[in-house]
Design a protein around this ligand. Structure first.
Ligand SMILES: O=C(O)c1ccc[n+]([C@@H]2O[C@H](COP(=O)([O-])O)[C@@H](O)[C@H]2O)c1
Ligand SMILES: Cc1cc2nc[nH]c2cc1C
Length: 350
């Protein structure tokens, strides 16, 4: 059996008994019932994922920034040169990016995974060289990668999640890839049925003519897909290597029963692939935020995930998900630490 098949077979749904115990405890805690709002759902979900109430605290967090390049760059769908992907990989490894600043503030670890960068990256601490191919082919003209490459990139994500889950309580998705919002839009359309004009946005901030080219490219890619539904085929046709690895990362976290916090539209579109491959995997995922890229909200709605934050971020790198990780940890901490009406001698409402 392949690592992908083994991982899918290892994913179980959340434990309903642990989740029920969490809901009961939340109602006995010294607070009005339901007053922690969405964080009560988060706490119960964490108990269901761990199969224990209270669940272990989801700390420390580790963000894995999966980096890849895209042949569709040739279509003029972004204003940034492709080499910025490799340059940002070096910046992450040197600790100089926004994700590094947020991780330092929050006590999280950062690993950078080259799964598909066009230019070879030199060795650096915290940089994992798992390059499957040096950038995808142009998804406007033909398949972005072969099904075998897609599977190998998914398995990179599984491998990274499995390794990080050994000594982290919370996994956080990150990405870097100039042009990857075009591939994200195509994946969102393929899996949700959304129209390209609805799902395609300005990415890093493209102008009107570039946005129009982007929509046309997504339309062409979808026409070629012709309603194809097989998740790995769709991924190989219109996805990116970092999308593939992120889908594997979600599956690997679920198999390890560790919560995974999703970042923006790249993670959201990759999660659509993971959900199509293995629906119960998404029971262990949380949406850290909703990004400004329109395809992201469409993906989250399709997945039934409610974002924890809405800050109009559109950076990627895992930044929005990292900012949400203390909320996730606080929900677990409250479930573990807060006294009950009985234990604290607080009178309940009439
Ligand atoms: O996370 C998001 O939702 C998000 C939205 C817009 C842009 N990005 C980041 O910007 C890059 C892709 O933008 P673009 O315009 O080149 O497709 C890539 O490195 C992403 O991490 C990320
Ligand atoms: C500078 C820069 C940093 C990024 N981080 C994630 N995506 C990015 C895109 C650009 C262009």
């Amino acid at each position: 059996m392949s690592l992908l098949d083994e991982t899918i077979a290892a994913v179980a749904p959340r434990d309903p008994a642990a989740e029920r115990a969490a809901r009961e405890r939340l109602d006995r805690m010294t607070k009005p019932p339901g007053s922690l709002g969405v964080l009560e759902d988060v706490a119960a979900q964490l108990a269901g994922t761990a199969g224990a109430c209270p669940p272990p605290l989801p700390v420390p967090a580790a963000v894995a920034v999966f980096a890849g390049d895209h042949g569709v760059h040739a279509q003029g769908v972004t204003l940034w040169p492709q080499e910025v992907t490799a340059q940002m990989v070096a910046n992450f490894a040197a600790g100089g990016a926004v994700v590094n600043a947020f991780a330092a503030q929050l006590g999280a670890d950062v690993v950078v995974v080259d799964v598909g960068v066009a230019a070879p990256s030199g060795p650096a601490p915290g940089l994992w060289d798992r390059n499957v191919r040096r950038g995808t082919a142009d998804l406007a003209e033909g398949p972005a990668m072969t099904p075998d490459e897609a599977r190998r990139a998914v398995e990179v994500g599984i491998e990274v999640a499995t390794a990080l889950a050994a000594d982290h309580g919370c996994l956080v998705t990150g990405d870097m890839g100039i042009t990857n919002t075009t591939a994200s839009a195509a994946l969102v359309c393929a899996f949700t049925g959304a129209a390209p004009a609805e799902a395609t946005g300005r990415g890093t901030g493209v102008d009107d003519p570039t946005l129009a080219r982007k929509v046309a490219v997504v339309e062409r890619a979808l026409a070629r897909l012709d309603g194809e539904r097989d998740p790995l085929t769709v991924l190989a046709e219109v996805g990116g290597l970092e999308h593939a690895a992120l889908a594997g990362f979600v599956l690997g976290a679920a198999a390890a029963r560790v919560p995974v916090v999703l970042d923006g539209v790249i993670a959201g579109s990759a999660a659509l692939v993971a959900a199509a491959l293995c629906p119960p995997a998404l029971e262990h995922a949380l949406a850290g935020h909703v990004s400004a890229e329109p395809g992201h909200a469409l993906a989250l709605r399709h997945l039934g995930l409610r974002p924890l934050l809405g800050l109009d971020l559109r950076l990627g790198e895992g930044t929005g998900a990292l900012l949400a990780s203390p909320l996730v940890a606080s929900a677990a901490r409250a479930l573990a630490d807060v006294a009950t009406f009985d234990s604290a001698g607080v009178t309940e409402k009439a």
